[in-house]
Write a protein of this length. Structure first.
Length: 136
């Protein structure tokens, strides 16, 4: 098991070197592009998606430079990983979707449909969200 974890981690280190500091979320983190902030702490920023797909559609991102979910889980500290998850709960509370319920989604890579190469969690709510996946 330990060897397997090391192998994944090594692969992700290579992938992490490809992090593009010009991606749109890196630019938001540097304050070069505005965002509609919902929540922020030492490790995490959450802001409204520019093209919302639900009445509430918030993106939760770590402040560190991680390309995708696998890169994040391989290289981020326990504190950063916990912060990202707790930030989702805070966002749900702040936006009023905790009670009625909501969805958390992370697109990873080409098949996942990830467009921005800085790991992010989508938080959707404000209406019944229907089936988890539409058939292709
Ligand atoms: P994904 O397909 O998972 O990579 O999702 C990227 C998301 O980022 C999309 O939902 C976009 O609408 C959103 N997005 C792109 N640029 C911005 C921006 N400047 N501010 C807020 N959301 C953005």
């Amino acid at each position: 098991m330990a060897a397997e974890i090391r192998t994944i981690s090594e692969k992700r280190t290579t992938k992490a070197m490809a992090y593009d500091p010009a991606n749109v979320f890196a630019r938001i983190l540097r304050g070069e592009i505005p965002c509609k902030k919902v929540y922020e702490d030492a490790h995490t920023l959450a802001f409204h998606d520019v093209a919302p797909q639900a009445p509430v559609h918030v993106l939760v991102i770590p402040k560190g430079a991680y390309t995708d979910f696998d890169d994040f889980t391989a290289r981020a500290s326990e504190r950063e990983i916990a912060a990202l998850h707790r930030a989702v709960t805070r966002v749900a509370e702040i936006t009023g979707i905790s009670g009625p319920g909501y969805r958390v989604l992370c697109n990873v890579g080409a098949n996942g449909g990830q467009e921005v190469p800085h790991v992010h969690l989508h938080v959707f709510g404000g209406r019944r969200l229907g089936r988890m996946l539409h058939s292709a």
